[in-house]
Design a protein around this ligand. Structure first.
Ligand SMILES: [Zn+2]
Length: 414
């Protein structure tokens, strides 16, 4: 008898491990160097889109109006070439020691430095024209932080800015190029009293970058015109030069992996629900929620048919629980989430917030589509940096979030 129980245990262990491994495998692949951070270096986002489409086809999802892709274009500033910063004689490592501002222009040469020593400092006119102004935020008390930020925003006329960051470097994406170069450098990586900086930074503004949302559908068994929609953005920041890879394992290979897992589950005949299901992997989120905005402007299926939308971003951790954006706006559905969570003892806590324009659910909410945005909290603090790698993701509540979603789908009324 004991052997029988051991076998049962082994059976469930194998099932569970295989399940977890597949999610982890999607994340490992999407966040691998071959996908170039799913951004604007060597068409990394296109590679990710092809990968997602392939999974949708394998699972048996249907295309929308004959296609799994919804193409669109937008402007993006990219960094496909040189990314060299030498402070005095010290060569700094891209991503690790410094980031350039997402709207940084290309720049080459050696420049003298001037330091900001007080917030009332007066520079003689034109004295900084060929120099970089160094702003060391950690040299000023926190109470002056707003003032320092406004100096950074509109500095005296200068060639460029060096901003020393005491804590961490957080990168993003821009669709424009500024006149002035701005470089953020970790305070700990900055050689004290450096007087010059040597730069070779190459940018390329692509005014019409071609990207695409990826979509797939599972028709409902009885109520085909009512849709539950699962969304996750698959794009991330790409690369800053050849070296610095922003892999985006948590943000958002994790959420992408989760909608793939859900698609695979629901595509099996025995799991097909009464309502139809639509899966959308959005592009251009990090560039300003562009893919989801485009989708809501040109919806291939009527937005009015969406019974509820669940947007998943940052699904990699969850040791501390999960936050629900729009939880305060849809109290009935939030109460359902809480009920399921306590009955099944899933996540340690589910928090709620009001509306926020912080991910792809936003444009849908603005058009009156009922939507939640789920993001998990806890674990690694890596975010929009080169440390957001598959290794820092523990998938602590990954299965629990899926269980919660499946129950939510089942119990949400027509
Ligand atoms: Zn994200």
């Amino acid at each position: 008898m004991k052997q029988f129980f051991n076998l049962i245990f082994l059976f469930f262990f194998v099932i569970q491990t295989a399940f977890g491994q597949q999610a982890a495998e999607h994340i490992r692949i999407l966040a691998s160097p071959e996908f170039h951070g799913r951004g604007y270096y060597k068409n990394g986002d296109r590679k990710a889109a092809e990968y997602i489409r392939k999974q949708f086809i394998n699972y048996g999802l249907q295309p929308i109006n004959g296609s799994y892709f919804q193409p669109f274009t937008f402007p993006v500033n990219t960094f496909p070439g040189k990314m060299k910063v030498v402070a005095g004689n010290t060569l700094l490592s891209p991503g690790r020691d410094f980031i350039v501002s997402p709207s940084c222009p290309g720049i080459k040469g050696t420049f003298e430095l001037a330091y900001l020593t007080s917030i009332d400092q007066v520079f003689e006119s034109n004295s900084l024209n060929s120099k970089f102004l160094v702003v060391d935020k950690s040299a000023f008390p926190d109470s002056l932080s707003t003032k320092i930020d406004s100096i950074i925003k509109s500095p005296p006329s200068c060639k460029g800015l060096i901003i020393l960051e005491p804590k961490k470097l957080t990168w993003s994406v821009s669709g424009k190029v500024n006149e002035r170069a701005v470089i953020r450098i970790l305070t700990a990586s900055w050689p004290q009293k450096t007087t010059t900086i040597t730069l070779n930074i190459q940018n390329k503004l692509i005014s019409e970058y071609h990207s695409q949302n990826v979509m797939g559908m599972i028709p409902g068994t009885t109520n085909k015109d009512s849709f539950i929609v699962f969304t996750a953005h698959y794009d991330h920041l790409g690369r800053m030069g050849k070296e610095a890879l922003f892999a985006g394992a948590n943000d958002n290979a994790s959420g992408t992996s989760m909608i793939l897992e859900l698609a695979k589950f629901y595509a099996q005949p025995q799991n097909r629900p009464a309502k139809s299901l639509l899966f959308i992997a959005f592009a251009g989120e990090e560039a300003g929620l562009i893919g989801s905005k485009y989708y809501t402007q040109q919806p291939p299926l009527p937005l009015g048919n969406i019974r509820f939308l669940l947007n998943l971003d940052l699904m990699g951790n969850g040791e501390e629980g999960m936050m629900v954006v729009n939880g305060e706006i849809h109290p009935e559905e939030f109460a359902l989430l809480e009920k399921i969570n306590s009955e099944k003892q899933l996540l340690p806590v589910i928090g709620k917030r009001g509306k926020a324009a912080n991910s792809d659910h936003y444009w849908f909410s603005e058009k009156g589509v009922p939507a939640f945005f789920f993001y998990t909290t806890g674990g690694s603090k890596a975010y929009h940096d080169i440390d957001d790698l598959p290794g820092v993701i523990r998938l602590a509540e990954f299965e629990d979030v899926q269980t919660l979603i499946k129950e939510f789908v089942q119990q949400t009324g027509q």
